[in-house]
Design a protein around this ligand. Structure first.
Ligand code: TXA
Ligand code: MG
Length: 351
């Protein structure tokens, strides 16, 4: 298949491309487009056949449900059975934006897209291009992250091209995704809402609006037979670059640096190509290896926005092993540590 590539202005996308994308979606095809979190791979969310193509293109297990994207709050009421009061409050506080909520699904939503569940995940993205495409199609658009299953989510169109060129109908390039981490997911279908995936809308921000929530224990602990995450997509530990990733954690940053330098030296002696995920405060203290800084430690948004890009860069450079610093698990740090732990397959060295 020949994939159409279109570059658009991310504030005022050209109508010609938006119309073409919407026509492809209405005809059952696949279009990758930017959102404020990561790039999504869209299809008509009410058409099981169209969504089947998403699973094929990504190599995604069919039990892993998709998120439906809408471009107006009122469209929620046609795809879910009921909207609990707490969900209304969260909608008013954070939509449009990087928050996905899980509701009881309406009958028009096919089980093929919900992994057989009676619930459905819904998000109203804030990105102008995403909104324009959804509006022009007049449909709820099912869109997982536009990566091959198991790879880090794409934060630039070049990542999507690398994974999916030739497998989908169209890729819309609208520049870098602002947040660079997938949306926060909260299940509001039960009495006490549960955080299933941390993101830029933090637990603290949510609790400020609706009071205390539960947190899925697998967010920072390796899933097992006895500990199954409620979001099926969160059970995959390999969510990672080709390189092995090892996290090095400690209260004293200078001890962390010393240890990483020591590990890197050992790998180099074994002729391994080594990468280091550092921060602006620490990058100058690493003696060898390929050092990429995630950004300023005081700015977790910056660190989050660079994480997937850097993991993909290490793959591109053919790195065998990556040693990474960690960040405190507070605020957006929880989302960053959740993705780092998955990329590392939960390999963590405490120093
Ligand atoms: O930021 C995002 O959410 C991006 C952009 C494109 O919007 N999308 C995204 O989709 O990250 P995906 O498919 O890569 O991740 C969706 C996650 C998966 O872990 C899936 O298992 C979970 O949401 N999920 C979807 N529907 C669910 C449901 N009914 N119950 C529990 N988990 C669900
Ligand atoms: Mg994904």
């Amino acid at each position: 298949m020949k994939t159409i590539l279109a570059t658009v202005d991310n504030k005022q996308p050209e109508q010609k491309w938006i119309k073409q994308a919407a026509d492809i979606l209405k005809n059952g095809g696949l279009v990758a487009f930017p959102t404020e979190t990561v790039y999504g791979l869209g299809a008509n969310g009410l058409d099981a056949c169209a969504c089947k193509k998403i699973y094929e293109a990504k190599g995604r297990p069919s039990d892993n449900p998709l998120i439906l994207h809408i471009a107006e709050k009122k469209d929620l009421y046609t795809i879910v059975k009921e909207v609990p009061q707490k969900a209304e409050k969260l909608m008013n506080a954070f939509w449009p934006g990087p928050l996905t909520m899980i509701f009881q699904k309406e009958d028009c939503v096919p089980y093929e897209i919900t992994g057989g569940f009676s619930t459905v995940a819904v998000r109203f993205p804030s990105h102008t291009v995403a909104q324009a495409i959804i509006k022009a199609s007049g449909l709820p658009i099912a869109a997982p992250s536009a990566n091959s299953s198991g790879k880090p989510s794409p934060t630039k169109a070049s990542h999507v091209i690398f994974d999916l060129n030739g497998k989908i109908d169209m890729i819309i390039d609208g520049g870098n995704a602002e947040f660079g981490l997938e949306s926060t997911i909260i299940d509001v279908s039960e009495e006490i809402p549960t955080l299933l995936r941390p993101g830029a809308i933090t637990k603290e921000m949510i609790e400020n609006v609706i009071g205390q929530i539960e947190i899925d224990p697998t967010i920072l602990t390796k899933p097992s037979q006895n500990l199954v995450p409620k979001a099926p997509g969160m059970k995959y530990t390999h969510y990672s670059p080709k390189a092995d990733v090892i996290l090095v954690q400690g209260n004293d940053l200078s001890i962390v640096q010393q240890n990483i330098n020591h590990f890197v030296e050992r790998e180099l002696q074994l002729s391994k190509k080594v990468g280091i995920l550092a921060t602006d405060q620490t990058k100058q203290y690493y003696d060898c290896g390929i050092v990429l800084s995630l950004g300023n430690r005081e700015n977790l948004e910056e660190i989050g926005s660079n994480l997937f890009k850097h993991l993909r860069k290490f793959d591109f450079l053919g790195v065998d092993i990556v040693y990474s610093e960690t960040v405190p698990e507070k605020g957006e740090g929880l989302a960053i540590m959740n993705r780092l732990q998955k990329a590392a397959g939960y390999k963590i060295i405490n120093v």
